[in-house]
Design a protein around this ligand. Structure first.
Ligand code: ADE
Length: 262
């Protein structure tokens, strides 16, 4: 997959390309990444990339001409794929969005700075706008790195079997279960016995159960929109019965319940 990131700070990406999974993907030829310096597409002596907004107001806006030329240059290299603008106004990046982007032949990311980019660039060149959350960064560069990281690890062949993306939180709509490694005992805490049992079926069941419970406790919204299978319904039913028993016992032991008061 060809990836171009249009930015006025191309050096920010040097470290990003050179570490971890992104580096491995590049060295195995699974991605061809490139940071494109928008400033190189200016035509004035001072290489200006921003200007004051029409109509007044605070902040500066990224000028359209250098950006348009940079997009066109990237398109000449990457003629198939989508162009993504990182912006707090965009759709929230999700695992599903990352999966969709990972299926593209090429990606062009535009990193806005200042108050944003001239709207005519968005109208003409941008296929989708992505936000990484409801907060404002000083530019799209970090957001582009977040999006690229989420996407690159999903490209077939990038992750090996042991760290398969299919095991990730969200990949099956649930958060992941907890993880443990050696030593067996650390800081007075022991590894759950089942993980040491060697019983792979029981371990898989425990992990499923824990994933479901973690999701229920931390992100109940994910369960609300999920079609539970029979196994999951069973696990949650058992939990709800246990909870009901605990609550019933608690009320039974309260002094006011003994005296019949509410
Ligand atoms: N640029 C500034 N803030 C951003 C955000 N939250 N997501 C994506 N791009 C941004």
């Amino acid at each position: 997959m060809h990836i171009a990131v249009l930015t006025i700070f191309p050096a920010m990406f040097d470290l990003f390309w050179e570490h971890g999974i992104v580096r491995r993907a590049a060295s195995e030829g699974l991605i061809q990444p490139q940071a494109v310096d928008i400033r190189a597409f200016t035509q004035d002596r001072h290489q200006v990339t921003d200007d004051r907004p029409y109509g007044g107001g605070c902040g500066m806006v990224m000028k359209p001409e250098p950006l348009a030329r940079a997009v066109e240059a990237a398109r000449n290299r990457i003629n198939e794929g989508v162009t993504v603008l990182l912006s707090p106004r965009g759709d929230k990046l999700s695992q599903q969005t990352a999966e969709g982007l990972a299926r593209q032949r090429g990606l062009i990311f535009i990193c806005g700075r200042y108050e944003g980019v001239d709207a005519r660039i968005v109208h003409r060149h941008v296929d989708c706008e992505l936000s990484i959350g409801d907060y404002v960064l000083s530019g799209g560069e970090l957001a582009a790195m977040v999006a690229m990281d989420a996407v690159i690890r999903l490209i077939p062949g990038v992750l090996g079997g042991s760290d398969s993306a299919a095991c990730d939180s969200f990949s099956n709509g649930l958060l992941e279960h907890e993880h443990y490694t050696r030593p067996r005992e650390f800081d007075g805490q022991t590894v759950p016995e089942i993980l040491l049992s060697g019983d792979h079926q029981a371990i898989a069941h425990w992990r499923r159960k824990m994933a479901l419970i973690e999701t229920l406790l931390r992100r109940p919204d994910l369960l609300e929109s999920r079609r539970l299978d029979a196994d999951e319904t069973d696990i949650l039913r058992q939990w709800s019965q246990k909870l009901k028993r605990i609550l019933k016992d608690q009320t039974a032991h309260r002094p006011d319940s003994l005296s019949g008061r509410q």
